[in-house]
Design a protein around this ligand. Sequence first.
Ligand code: NA7
Length: 566
Amino acid sequence: MSGTGTQQGRPAQPDRAAGLAASYDVIIVGAGFGGMYMLHRLRALGLSARVLDVASDVGGTWYWNRYPGARCDVESMQYSFSFSKELQQTWSWSERFAGQPEILAYANHVADRFDLRRDIQLETRVTAAHFDEQTRRWTISTDRGEQFSAQFCVMATGCLSTAKLPEITGRDSYQGATYHTGYWPHEGVDFSGLKVAVIGTGSSAIQAIPVIAEQAAHLTVFQRTPNYSIPSRNGPMTPDYEGPWKSDYERRRAKARTMRTGILYGVENETWGLNNVSAMDVSPDERQRIYEERWAVGGTAFMAAFNDLITNEASNDTAAEFVRSKIRETVKDPETAEALCPHDYPIGTKRICIDTDYFETYNRPNVKLVDLRKTPIEAITPKGVRTTAGEQAFDAIVYATGFDAMTGTLMSIDIRGRDGVELREKWAAGPQTYLGLMCAELPNLFMITGPGSPSVLSNMIVSIEQHVDWLVDALAHMRANGIETIEPRADAEVSWGQHVNEAGHRTLYVKAASWYMGANVPGKPRMFMPYIGGVGVYRQECDDVAAKGYEGFVLTRGDERAVAAE
Ligand code: NA7
């Protein structure tokens, strides 16, 4: 660790391509919220670090996902860093749920405020990370032909950062403009006067469709699977809302860290949005009243209306039927309404969507829904889309077809650990991690919000802060004790994987063909990748591991003597 005079500051490895590799204590891959907070904390620890990111600026997800209507589904007062009291007091959000431009502005503000940019190298794609057994250092290679040598490598690569185009015959033959919501042009797109197709009806599409519909001459939505969506009830931030948050921030943040999703609901009356009763234990009238109340408030709190909506199918059915009734109430054309009603998976088991006027948009005369279950796509043609009902021409096609989630970006990098073990091979049957933080045989390589941690099931910023804080404590512990490498034991990794799997199977999540299950990518192994034990429980599990001398990890000193192998 540079500047500390310990054994950590080893000389750089020779760079085959471009002279000497630059040497750092830590290379961080990704300049989103995870990478930026990691850099900030490492500086305070006195470690040298460099952040590498393929983007032209900071912001991660919020740098790329600029599609019309892009917005966070966690409230802004909570989808924000808690590590700096000054930051959380001085920053003001303009809406209850911030839009992408404002979140990106916040990311840029964080970069400037904490002077992070001088250690962030942009427009640099990491192509490989190889561990050298002799030097016990990582060599990180980039698409610019550079190599970096580092004792630690932190993958802050995000969970939804590899966009996925659909495998549809003739896709490349289309001659109009095409866009993917996850790689939206920075200059924006003007759809005025155009005939536009949107393929996909996940969260991104549900946010984009109402906005595109207002601009385009005509919009056709191609839907394979209908989605459950709850109105966000978004609106301007008011002093009455912001004030109590800011004056009580510490206590509320502390409470949020103990919650299952890392999100607080029902803050006003301190119920925290929980209703500790089964949907089956109340009368139908009472159930309806509770759903109506949550529907009126809006947002993901709907899924906390009862304590068993994600574990009990009968309870879940009541919530699903309530949302279907709202869709039928909202959408005037009965056939379109029915096509928009999800039936074949439990509500919440594909990520619940939060919208502004999504279902209402289908009442517009310039919007048409194509139900691909009735008339599947046969091909993309040079002019447009051909389904079994015929061909339609479009000026532009928007692919809102999602991501190779949670593992796609990590698997796209050639990561090799001890004895040349390849991450791609190791994860061929699905990701295996210990605590979602590390993998056996990949010493000193960490993941921020990796598979096997709550990550995408939680408020990502809460989870990012928890991972980074845990990791920084581990590095401080290593430095204080002259420890050079940390690596999970293989059996610890196996039993954590079993725990994650068992937790998933105690819920209804495994019943949906979702990206949580890897089901949206042909050939991807099906397993429930995030840990559903809950943010609070998981934090305790991580803290217990650390308190027990990093139980389940092997810590090795420079003299190669393992100092803990619990
Ligand atoms: P999602 O939620 O993965 O949605 C992708 C959508 O694209 C979904 O409706 C898919 O239908 C559809 N899709 C994918 N391939 C095809 C083909 N070949 N034909 C027709 N339709 C297709 O991605 P999002 O970007 O909306 O959201 C991802 C997350 O980002 C979201 O959950 C938030 O956490 C933020 P399917 O359901 O597979 O039938």
